[in-house]
Design a protein around this ligand. Structure first.
Ligand code: SF4
Length: 175
């Protein structure tokens, strides 16, 4: 087993007083940098920087960062959820490490989807059909994984075929 134990710290962000969200950090006693290329190969949408030994990933609405001696998660509801999410991540990392002989490690850095690039490929009419007040809000939520591109129904009409194909290619490249 790669991670056998860890110390868990749960905090509220000092810059966000009054916001009932928690951050959790599991401090490890082992260097887990060797597992990062295997996580990059299996965690869909992960952003990995091999030279810096850092991998970021979105799990639901939470941001996960994995580094050699640390697993950090933000936007947690409470301490109980923090404990559960960290336990789940440790289990996922350990299982990935145990299966490493079956996985082709991926050392490549994926490009992060940028809201402005997404916005430029949306219809730009602010029609609200997606349930968002503007196309820019939709673009931001799409890059955060909070909405699906299919929710912009005008984009899937013939008028926007070219933009749609470019946007789908952009999303695929970042997946
Ligand atoms: S449905 Fe598409 S075009 Fe309309 S506001 Fe949403 S993102 Fe913009």
């Amino acid at each position: 087993m790669l991670i056998e134990n860890y110390d868990l710290e749960v905090t509220t962000p000092p810059c966000d007083p009054g916001v009932e969200r928690f951050n959790a950090i599991a401090r490890l006693v082992v260097d887990i940098s060797q597992v990062l290329p295997y996580l990059n190969a299996t965690w869909k949408g992960a952003i990995y920087d091999h030279s810096a030994h850092i991998l970021t990933w979105r799990m639901g609405g939470r941001a996960v960062t994995v580094q050699p001696y640390e697993i950090a998660v933000s936007r947690l509801e409470d301490r109980q959820e923090a404990t559960q999410v960290i336990e789940r991540l440790v289990g996922m990392i350990n299982r990935t490490w145990e299966r490493r002989d079956e996985i082709e490690p991926n050392y490549q850095k994926r490009e992060r989807l940028k809201a402005l690039d997404v916005y430029k490929l949306l219809p730009g009419t602010n029609c609200k059909a997606c349930g968002q007040p503007t196309c820019f809000v939709f673009a931001n939520k799409l890059t955060a994984g909070e909405v699906e591109v299919e929710q912009c129904t005008p984009l899937f009409t013939e008028t926007y075929q070219e933009k749609r194909e470019q946007l789908l290619a952009l999303i695929q490249a970042a997946a």
